[in-house]
Write a new protein. Structure first.
Length: 334
């Protein structure tokens, strides 16, 4: 049976890659510029025999210019290009931001001529100020023979215990586009307490049951940050306040779950009996399976988690793309 192939840019710690793998795509290549994230991809690929053929630590723009044509005929080009050019937390410079990699992504699409494209980004990309920018992407893809689809997804609709709104651009060659439908099934997510209870209780903390009852909503969006601004905490003041309402101390990321006798961190007034999240707990909030390991010390590991695209979201969208490709192929055979 034919297995559809994929190439992913800006792969990060593998959230989208794992989701697309679970959807049924075979990764021919993953590209990521951060060394720690590449080590995470390499470790999990080797340890769990995922069969991903090549992982490159390198620049997407260099790949677009000099290497992309080697992958002509790949079935899917995917990726999560940098968010700062479109993020409401930044200046939203769009095409004037040097970190904008949409042009490189379009060049890769042009050189590889895939059947489908999937690119995710922050919700700010749908702001009216970027109408012209999105139109230019639509026009470029139309010239290359694609029909485009845009949608804002709340990760919580896919069973992920946080809201995490993300925009996804899907483009398919016209012969496949009529078969494409966005995922429609809503999967109710667990609360933070339900998702993390076993980890919170794993070291014998007597307050775990009571904490579970208080952590009775989904999480705010995890924030990974950058090397310059990201630290081992759960984000800016607004995010910390939201975590406090879930009875979590968001001022730092913990090393271990709370132990027997834990009563909170006395140096933070108002945070009595509030545990910290560990990297593993944060990974669950992102929808990663517990077997997925993040290589590196706590801060770079948490940054990888916080910047990830939740695997369940990528998996469901990936399955919709795969269904379109397979449906078109079946019709052609018939």
């Amino acid at each position: 049976m034919y297995q559809y192939t994929s190439l992913e840019i800006c792969a990060g710690a593998g959230g989208q890659a794992l989701g697309l793998h679970n959807a049924g795509f075979k990764h021919k290549l993953l590209i990521e510029i951060e060394k720690a994230a590449c080590k995470t991809l390499e470790y999990n690929n080797l340890t769990h025999s995922l069969g991903w053929e090549n992982i490159i630590e390198g620049c997407v723009e260099h790949f677009a210019e000099h290497e992309a044509d080697k992958y002509k005929g790949i079935d899917l080009v995917a990726g999560g290009v940098p968010c700062p050019p479109f993020s409401k937390a930044g200046k939203q410079l769009g095409k004037d931001d040097e970190r904008d990699l949409f042009p490189a992504a379009m060049k890769i699409v042009e050189k590889t001529d895939p059947k489908a494209v999937m690119i995710e980004n922050v919700s700010g990309l749908l702001d009216p100020k970027f109408d012209e920018y999105r139109s230019s992407l639509n026009q470029k893809l139309k010239e290359l023979g694609y029909k485009t689809f845009w949608k804002l997804h709340n990760s919580s609709d896919y069973g992920v215990p946080q809201l995490r709104p993300r925009v996804t651009l899907v483009a398919l060659k016209t012969q496949y586009a009529d078969f494409f439908k966005w995922p429609t099934k809503i999967i109710t997510p667990p609360t933070v307490g339900e998702a993390l209870y076993d980890l919170m209780a794993s070291k014998g903390w007597e307050g775990a049951n009571e904490w579970k009852k208080k952590a009775n909503k989904i999480a705010p969006t995890l924030v990974g940050g950058s090397k310059k601004h990201g630290g081992p905490d759960l984000g800016p003041s607004r995010a910390k306040k939201a975590w406090q309402e879930l009875h979590v101390n968001g001022h730092i990321v913990g090393n271990e779950p709370p132990e027997k006798g834990f009563t909170g961190y006395k140096n933070k007034e108002g945070y009595e009996n509030m545990p910290l999240l560990t990297v593993r707990m944060a990974a669950r909030i992102q929808g990663f399976p517990d077997w997925w390991e993040f290589v590196g010390k706590k801060t770079p590991a948490y940054r990888q988690v916080g910047n990830a695209f939740p695997p369940p979201v990528a998996e469901h969208i990936g399955k919709s793309i795969l269904d379109a490709l397979q449906s078109a192929a079946c019709k052609k055979v018939a």
